[in-house]
Design a protein around this ligand. Structure first.
Ligand code: HEC
Ligand code: HEC
Length: 443
């Protein structure tokens, strides 16, 4: 995982290079140099604690469609995450068990193996943790994971499937249900599209109009500031100024941080032709309307993301080019999951800097990205960035969450115990610092 986070950060900083270098009118920007920033990885990450095996993914797929996980025996994950709709459901906000619309739209589930947080507000840290959310939510599946596991234990087919998936310990437990569901979802990789052929070097894979849309996306329109990398998401949280009929504070509520109010996770733009309507509340009906929002629809308010373009003007032709480009990130026919890439190595590659205690945060990167210190030493986080950050350590041995760390704020954090810790940012979870804490030196 750490290596992939760093890869994501590297791609992001590559993407950053392009900003501000937008081509002037009539000038063809050098699009070719963007190819590496959008290259598909050749391997999907999987956690060491829950490797993906074909048997486990097959069990997870069966559980995903199994209505026995719900309280009334009538709802499965696939009721809302419908495979033929790219695992979304085609409506703005689906009615919950009580008949009233749920607060948020059902997101598609492509490429979540690369996800760093889950749900629109990022409140679940892993897919394993995420699964109990919908099962036990009274408005979604109104179930009880423990009771569901007990029901499955009476089914000889389920017993066999758990034996195959978990040969070392075939118990039908809540944890195994969660692990199998997560493993299945990690296999949902969106297929290659025409855009990937362009990335691979085939200039003709995109029409002139689509290439003009890409030039706008990485240039004047500034979309790539947030929709970066091959999945077209920075995995961070932004308020993009959508009008809100019913207030939903998103990441601000999840972290209890006012500057993050109305910020939601940047969605991927893969396969979006198949997943209308759009945004966390399903309030935007078409891709055309989504593009229009960035030029005409931004509601000014103090929480707007610093990465959001201000005062963007787009001609009707430019809007059409952007929409045409977005369509090249989708399959021509309703997509089926791509074959699963082989497992990625998880070893770190970031050079460890011994004794460094000042950590910069410019451009959404911790610098250095890996340090070795002694127990009792204090790291000083210097927000030399233009964005609000939140320093976090989520570890059973040490949990820490700062308040909103505004640009210019300096924050000390002391590591009292030896061990390996990971520091992340609550706003930009792709930011990642490895801290190796050694026992204090003997005197
Ligand atoms: C009643 C409809 C419904 C059912 C049933 C349902 N979901 Fe969801 N799912 C949603 C909605 C709505 C969200 C967004 C909620 C939010 O962000 O607060 C969501 C979010 C998610 C996410 C987060 C995706 C992301 O991009 O962060 C995952 C993963 C997920 N669901 C998996 C599942 C699994 C696995 C099941 C079955 C155990 C399931 N869902 C059952 C409606 C549903
Ligand atoms: C400041 C970061 C940022 C920038 C810049 C940005 N987006 Fe977004 N985009 C987001 C976030 C965050 C959302 C989800 C917002 C929500 O639901 O509240 C989103 C949603 C979308 C969606 C809907 C996807 C879905 O599945 O719901 C589309 C399409 C989209 N953006 C396209 C674009 C285009 C085109 C541009 C450039 C004109 C752009 N974005 C610029 C952050 C950004």
């Amino acid at each position: 995982m750490p290596r992939l986070r760093r890869l994501a950060a590297a791609v992001l900083s590559l993407a950053g290079l392009g900003l501000g270098h937008a081509a002037g009118a009539g000038e063809e920007p050098d699009l070719a140099r963007w190819r590496p920033a959008f290259a598909r990885p050749d391997a999907a990450p999987e956690p060491r604690a829950n490797p993906t095996t074909p048997e486990k993914a097959a069990l997870g797929r069966a559980l995903f469609h199994d209505e026995r996980l719900s309280g009334d025996g009538r709802t499965s994950c696939a009721t809302c995450h419908q495979p033929e709709l790219s695992f979304s459901d085609g409506v703005a906000r689906r009615a919950g068990h009580d008949g009233e619309p749920l607060p948020r739209r059902t997101p598609p589930l492509w490429n979540l193996a690369w996800g760093l947080t889950f749900f629109w507000d990022g409140r679940a840290p892993t897919l394993e943790a995420q699964a109990s959310g919908p099962i036990e939510n009274p408005r979604e599946m109104a179930g009880d994971l423990a009771a569901a596991a007990v029901r499955l234990r009476g089914d000889p087919g389920a017993i066999k499937a758990f034996e195959a998936a978990f040969p070392a310990d075939p118990r039908i437990s809540e944890a195994h249900v969660r692990e199998a569901l997560a493993a299945y979802q990690r296999t949902l990789v969106s297929p290659r599209t025409r855009f990937d052929d362009w990335v691979a070097g085939n200039e003709e894979a995109l029409s002139a109009g689509e290439r003009a849309g890409l030039a706008l996306f990485v240039g004047k329109a500034g979309c790539v500031a947030c929709h970066s990398g091959w999945r077209f998401t920075d995995e961070a949280f932004h308020d993009i100024g959508l009008p809100q009929a019913t207030p939903d504070l998103g990441r601000g509520e999840a972290l209890d941080l006012r500057p993050l109010d109305r910020a939601f996770k940047t969605p991927s733009l893969r396969e979006r032709v198949w997943t209308a309507p759009y945004m966390h509340d399903g309030s935007v009906p078409t891709l055309e309307a989504a593009v229009d929002h960035y030029a005409d629809g931004i509601v000014p308010r103090p929480t707007l993301s610093p990465d959001l373009p201000r005062g963007l003007t787009l001609s009707p032709e430019e809007r059409a080019q952007l929409v045409a480009f977005l369509a090249t990130l989708s399959s021509e026919d309703p997509p089926r999951p791509a074959p699963l890439p082989t497992a990625a190595a998880t070893a770190g590659t970031e050079p460890i800097v011994a004794g460094a205690t000042r950590i910069g945060q410019s451009g959404r990167r911790f610098a250095p990205g890996a340090v070795r210190i002694h127990a009792g030493e204090t790291l000083t986080f210097v927000n030399d960035d233009t964005r609000t950050h939140q320093i976090r350590v989520d570890d059973p041995r040490m949990t820490y969450a700062s308040g909103a760390q505004e640009p210019g704020d300096t924050l000390p954090l002391t590591f009292a115990e030896p061990g390996a810790f990971e520091v992340t940012c609550g706003v930009h979870p792709e930011m990642h610092l490895s801290v190796e804490v050694e026992a204090p030196p003997r005197h």
